[in-house]
Write a protein that binds this ligand. Structure first.
Ligand SMILES: [Zn+2]
Length: 93
């Protein structure tokens, strides 16, 4: 199948960009039937934003599990105190 360069318009910034024959072949190979909707600049921006969002979420997850661990440590300590046993110092990580 032959591909020719096509001019497309970015739905974000309205800039015209070339959907090259090579890119079309790439899309075709992967059975992607939709044309790209963003220029290279916007695609790069979107990708960066997505990456940042994922990194941010991951950071939140780490923070949550850290807080959870602290709460568990505290509860364990309180349980031990309630039982009246000797209080062991919290183990350090
Ligand atoms: Zn754009």
């Amino acid at each position: 199948m032959e591909f020719v360069d096509r001019e497309l318009k970015c739905i974000d910034c309205g800039a015209e960009f070339v959907f090259t024959a090579g890119e079309q072949a790439f899309f075709h190979e992967r059975q992607l039937t939709n044309d790209p909707k963003h220029c290279k600049q916007c695609t790069a921006t979107l990708a960066a934003e997505q990456k940042a969002a994922i990194a941010h979420r991951w950071h939140d997850t780490l923070k949550e599990s850290y807080v959870l661990q602290l709460m568990l440590d505290l509860r364990e300590r309180q349980e031990r105190e309630k039982r009246g046993g000797s209080v062991q110092p919290l183990h350090r990580h």
